[in-house]
Ligand binder design. Structure first.
Ligand code: 21W
Length: 272
C-alpha cells in the first residue's frame, strides 16, 4: 500500500507493513556510542536519521567516555608504552563505559583507520542487529586490551586521515539506519541502487526539458519504457567502465543472464 505522506504511514510510529499487509510493531535499532565528543552527534538529530529517532525506529545512546574516568582530573588518555607520537585512550574509562552498556554481549565496532573498509555488504549485515556499540577513538587510538577483551571489529570508512572516529560512526549510522523499514519515506527506496545492481547510476534529469538551451535526452521523453531501460543500462555501463572498471568486471562476472539486447549493449560499450 502506498502512503500518501510519510506521517500518515504506519511506519512513522515504529510499525512496519509486512508483505501480507499486516502491520506489526517494528523493533527499534539502538546505537550505543562511546566518544569524547558527544555534542558532535547532535548532527544526526537534524537529518533523515533524526526523523527516524523521533519516530522511535532508531535510538542513539551517546556516552561521554570522560564521564567514566576515575582519574581525579577525568583524564582519558596517556602516552604510549614503548614510545611513539601522541596519546592513547586509556583502558579504564573505556572498559567502564563499555561494561555500562553490556558490550560483552553485543557486537562492538571500533572506528579505526586500520579497520576493514566499510561496504554495503557490511552495512546490510549490521542492519540485522537490534543493537550495536560504536567506539570512537581520538588521539592516536585506544589501548589494544580494549579491542581484545570486547572482540571489537575494526571499521574504517576509507583511505584518508581524519581526526577521530565520530564522523565515521555517523557515516555508519546513516548507512545502517536507511535500511531499517520505515526510515526512508515511501518515495525513497533502499533497493534499485548502484551498490545493489553493481553499476554506477545513469545520468538523471527533471523539469524543465529545456534549461538554458540544454535539452533532456529525447529517449527519456519518448514514453518507450524498454528503450528507456536500455538507455539507462547503457549509460550506467559507460560510466562504470570509465570510473570503476573494478565494479564493471564484478558485474559482468555475476550477470551471465543478460537478455540478447542487453548483451549487445555490453559488447558495444566494451568495444568503444
Ligand atoms: C588517524 C587515528 C590516524 C590514528 C600507529 C601509531 C576512524 C578514521 C578514523 C586517526 C591514526 C576512519 C599511527 C578513515 C580515519 C580515525 C583518527 C594513526 C599514526 N600509527 N576511517 N600511530 N579514516 N582517525 N596515526 O582516519 O579515528 S574510522
Amino acid at each position: 500500500m502506498e502512503c500518501r505522506t510519510y506521517d500518515e504511514c504506519a511506519c512513522a510510529e515504529g510499525r512496519a507493513e509486512l508483505p501480507s499487509g499486516k502491520i506489526e510493531r517494528q523493533k527499534k535499532m539502538e546505537f550505543n556510542i562511546l566518544t569524547l565528543f558527544p555534542e558532535m552527534f547532535s548532527a544526526v538529530n537534524t537529518s533523515m536519521v533524526g526523523r527516524a529517532v523521533s519516530n522511535g525506529l532508531v535510538s542513539l545512546n551517546v556516552l561521554n567516555i570522560r564521564d567514566f574516568s576515575t582519574d581525579r582530573r577525568k583524564n582519558a588518555a596517556d602516552a604510549p608504552f614503548g614510545g611513539g607520537q601522541g596519546m592513547l585512550m586509556m583502558p579504564q574509562p573505556l572498559f567502564d563505559a563499555l561494561e555500562s552498556v553490556d558490550a560483552q554481549e553485543k557486537r562492538v565496532l571500533y572506528m579505526s583507520p586500520r579497520g576493514k573498509v566499510m561496504d554495503q555488504e557490511l552495512i546490510t549485515d549490521l542492519a540485522k542487529e537490534d543493537e550495536l556499540v560504536l567506539v570512537c577513538g581520538h588521539y592516536e587510538g585506544i589501548d589494544q586490551r580494549v579491542l581484545d577483551h570486547f572482540r571489537c571489529e575494526e571499521v574504517s570508512i576509507g583511505d584518508y586521515v581524519l581526526t577521530g572516529g565520530e564522523l565515521p560512526a555517523m557515516v555508519l549510522i546513516d548507512a545502517v539506519a536507511r535500511l531499517i523499514p520505515g526510515v526512508l519515506g515511501s518515495r525513497e527506496s533502499a533497493l534499485d541502487e548502484s551498490v545493489y545492481s553493481g553499476l554506477l547510476e545513469y545520468p538523471q534529469y527533471t523539469q524543465p526539458h529545456n534549461y538554458r538551451g540544454m535539452e533532456v535526452p529525447e529517449v527519456l521523453r519518448s514514453g518507450d519504457h524498454e528503450r528507456i531501460r536500455l538507455w539507462k543500462f547503457e549509460q550506467s555501463l559507460r560510466l562504470t567502465r570509465d570510473r570503476r572498471p573494478d565494479l564493471l568486471e564484478a558485474f559482468l562476472k555475476s550477470h551471465k543472464d543478460l537478455t540478447k539486447r542487453e548483451r549487445k549493449i555490453v559488447d558495444a560499450v566494451l568495444a568503444e
